[in-house]
Design a protein around this ligand. Structure first.
Ligand code: PHE
Length: 509
C-alpha cells in the first residue's frame, strides 16, 4: 500500500493495543502535532486507525489563589482569629478580630462574604460569632487549592480527581483558579491498519506540481500530490500605501471643509505679481532674490488684469489712502511679470481675493488650500526645498486677532495639539502678524508651525476688498512632526526616510 510520508509515519508509530495521543505520536515521528492530526484523520477515513477524543479539564491557580494558598483563605483567617478571641462562646467586637486576622482592604469584604456563605458564624452590630462546629483545617476550598498547588504549577487531572468538584467550581467563581478544557485525541490501529502494516506500506512518491506530461501520460491518477504547506515561510509582501503626508493633507482638507472653508486651486509656477507684488512686497525685498526663490527661464506672464496691475503699482509707489506712503524704491512691470515657482500659496489667496478666479466675493467668505510651495532653502532637519503649506483666509466685517487665534485653536485641537503659542512677527503684507508655535512631543522644543496675520490696507485696497481679511500659512510637515513625534523632516522624505514610520503610521480620520 502506498501512502503519503506522514501517514506512513503515523501508522507505524500507532499501536493496536495502546491509545497513543497526538502529542506522543508527534514526539515519536518528529512531525508537528498539526501534521499528525491531519494524517490521523486521513488514516481514519481510510479505515486504518480509529481516532478518539477525551475532554480533560485542568485548573490553573491564579495569582490571587497563590497568595491565599500561602496566607490562608481570608474567611479561614477570620474564623481562626474570631475563635481565638473567644467568639465561639460569645460575640466579640469585629475591630479586634479583623486586626488579628491581618486582613486589609478588599480582603475584609471577601472574608465576610465567604464567612457568611460557609456558615462559619454571624456578624451583627459590629460583633462576630464563630460556629463551634467548624473545623478551619477542613475547609473544602482551602483543601482543593492546596491539592492543586501541590499537584503541579498547572494543576492537572490527577489533582482534579482528589479535589471536590463543588469546591473547584467555587474557587473558579472566586477567580482563585482558572478552568480550561482541552480535547486530547488518541489514535489506535484498526484491524485493517494492522493488516496493512503486515503487508507493508510504502511512502508514495509525492509530486508538487501538476505538469502537462503527468496529464498526457495519465500518471496523474497514480501519483500522490504533496499537500500545501501553509506554514512555510514566504517572502513578506507589503501593499502600497498613501504617504502619511498625503493622508494628513486629506485629513486637513476634511477638517477645514468641516469648518466651512472652500478649497482654492492654482498654478505652482506663477508670476511675481501674484506671488509678491500683490502682497506689497517691495521688489528689492531680500526674499524676492534668487537666493530664496526659484526663477524659471520662461516667457513672462501676459494676462494680468491691467487695472489691478495699475492699482498694485500705485500702492507700491505711493501707498494707499490719504496719508499712505509707498516704498520709494523702483517698481517695474517687467519684474512683476516674471515667473517663479511659488514660495508660498498666498499667491492663490491673492488670485481669489482679487476676484480673478471665481469672481467678486461677498463676505463672509472662507478659503483654504493644502498645496506645495518651493523655496531655495538649505536642506536641514526642519527645512526642505519644497513642502506643503496649509493656506487659508477668512474675509468678514470686523475681524480681530481673537478670531485668528480661536480659528487656530479650533483647527489644531482636531489634531491633538492644544498648546499653541503666538509670537508677534513681521510680514510686509499683514499687520499685526503672528508666528505660531507648538511643542514637539519628544524633544519638548518649541517648533514654529505657521505664520499669520491680518492683511493690511496696502494689500486689500488694490484687490478691491473693503472688509477685514485674516490669513495664514501653516506648515503641513511641522504639523506631522507634532502629531507623530519624528524630529527630522527627512524621516518622511527622500532616501533617508524611516520606512517603518511610513509603513506603520496610520492617519486616523
Ligand atoms: N505667506 C506666509 C508664509 O509663507 C504665510 C502667511 C500667509 C502669513 C498669509 C500671513 C498671511 O510664511
Amino acid at each position: 500500500m502506498r501512502l503519503p510520508d506522514s501517514q506512513v509515519a503515523v501508522l507505524e508509530a500507532a499501536s493496536a493495543t495502546d491509545e497513543r495521543t497526538i502529542e506522543q505520536l508527534s514526539e515519536a515521528t518528529g512531525l508537528k502535532p498539526a501534521t499528525v492530526t491531519g494524517a490521523a484523520f486521513d488514516l481514519e477515513d481510510a479505515g486504518l486507525v480509529a481516532v478518539s477524543a477525551t475532554e480533560t479539564v485542568s485548573y490553573t491557580v491564579t495569582e490571587e489563589g497563590d497568595a491565599y494558598a500561602e496566607a490562608g483563605l481570608p474567611e479561614v483567617r477570620l474564623y481562626r482569629a474570631a475563635a481565638d478571641a473567644g467568639a465561639a462562646d460569645a460575640p466579640v467586637p469585629m475591630g479586634e478580630v479583623v486586626g488579628a486576622a491581618d486582613l486589609d482592604g478588599p480582603e475584609v469584604d471577601i472574608a465576610l462574604a465567604n464567612y457568611a456563605r460557609k456558615g462559619y458564624g454571624e456578624v451583627e452590630s459590629g460583633r462576630i460569632t464563630a460556629d463551634p462546629e467548624t473545623d478551619p483545617e477542613a475547609d473544602d476550598e482551602a483543601t482543593a487549592l492546596d491539592a492543586l498547588i501541590s499537584g503541579a504549577a498547572t494543576a492537572t487531572a490527577t489533582a482534579t480527581a482528589t479535589a471536590d468538584e463543588d469546591a473547584l467550581a467555587e474557587l473558579d467563581r472566586r477567580g482563585l483558579v482558572e478552568r480550561s478544557e482541552r480535547a486530547v485525541r488518541s489514535v489506535t490501529l484498526t484491524d485493517e491498519g494492522v493488516t496493512a502494516l503486515m503487508e507493508g506500506v510504502e511512502a508514495a512518491e509525492t509530486v508538487d506540481r501538476l505538469t502537462p506530461e503527468l496529464l498526457a501520460s495519465g500518471e496523474w491518477d497514480d501519483v500522490e500530490f504533496a499537500a500545501y504547506n501553509v506554514e512555510a515561510d514566504a517572502p513578506e509582501t507589503r501593499g502600497g500605501k498613501v504617504h502619511i503626508l498625503r493622508q494628513t493633507a486629506e485629513r486637513v482638507k476634511d477638517t477645514l471643509v468641516g469648518m466651512g472653508f472652500r478649497e482654492m486651486d492654482g498654478p505652482h509656477a506663477d508670476s511675481e505679481f501674484w506671488i509678491n507684488d500683490c502682497l506689497f512686497m517691495p521688489q528689492d525685498h531680500p526674499a524676492r532674490t534668487h537666493w530664496d526663490q526659484f526663477a524659471l527661464d520662461v516667457p513672462p506672464m501676459r494676462d494680468i488684469p491691467a487695472d489691478l496691475l495699475e492699482r498694485v503699482r500705485s500702492a507700491h509707489l505711493d501707498g494707499v489712502g490719504e496719508d499712505g506712503d509707498g516704498y520709494h524704491s523702483p517698481w517695474t512691470e517687467a519684474v512683476a511679470r516674471e515667473i517663479d515657482l511659488r514660495g508660498h500659496t498666498t499667491s492663490l489667496s491673492m488670485r481669489y481675493l482679487s476676484g480673478n478666479e471665481i469672481g467678486d466675493l461677498d463676505p463672509p467668505e472662507r478659503f483654504f488650500s493644502v498645496e506645495k510651495v518651493y523655496r531655495n532653502d538649505t536642506l536641514d532637519p526642519t527645512h526642505l526645498l519644497e513642502f506643503f503649506q496649509i493656506e487659508g483666509w477668512v474675509m468678514a466685517e470686523d475681524l480681530s486677532v481673537r478670531d485668528l487665534m480661536g480659528t487656530f485653536e479650533e483647527f489644531y485641537e482636531q489634531f491633538g495639539i492644544t498648546d499653541l503659542q503666538f509670537k508677534p512677527h513681521y510680514n510686509p503684507y499683514t499687520e499685526p502678524s503672528f508666528e505660531l508655535f507648538g511643542t514637539h512631543p519628544e524633544t519638548g522644543e518649541l517648533i514654529e508651525i505657521g505664520n499669520s496675520g491680518m492683511f493690511r490696507e496696502e494689500v486689500l485696497r488694490p484687490l478691491g476688498v473693503d472688509c477685514d481679511v485674516m490669513a495664514w500659512g501653516l506648515a503641513l510637515e511641522r504639523l506631522l512632526m507634532l502629531m507623530y513625534g519624528f524630529d527630522d523632516i527627512r524621516d518622511v522624505h527622500g532616501t533617508l526616510c524611516d520606512l517603518d514610520l511610513l509603513r506603520d503610521t496610520e492617519v486616523l480620520h
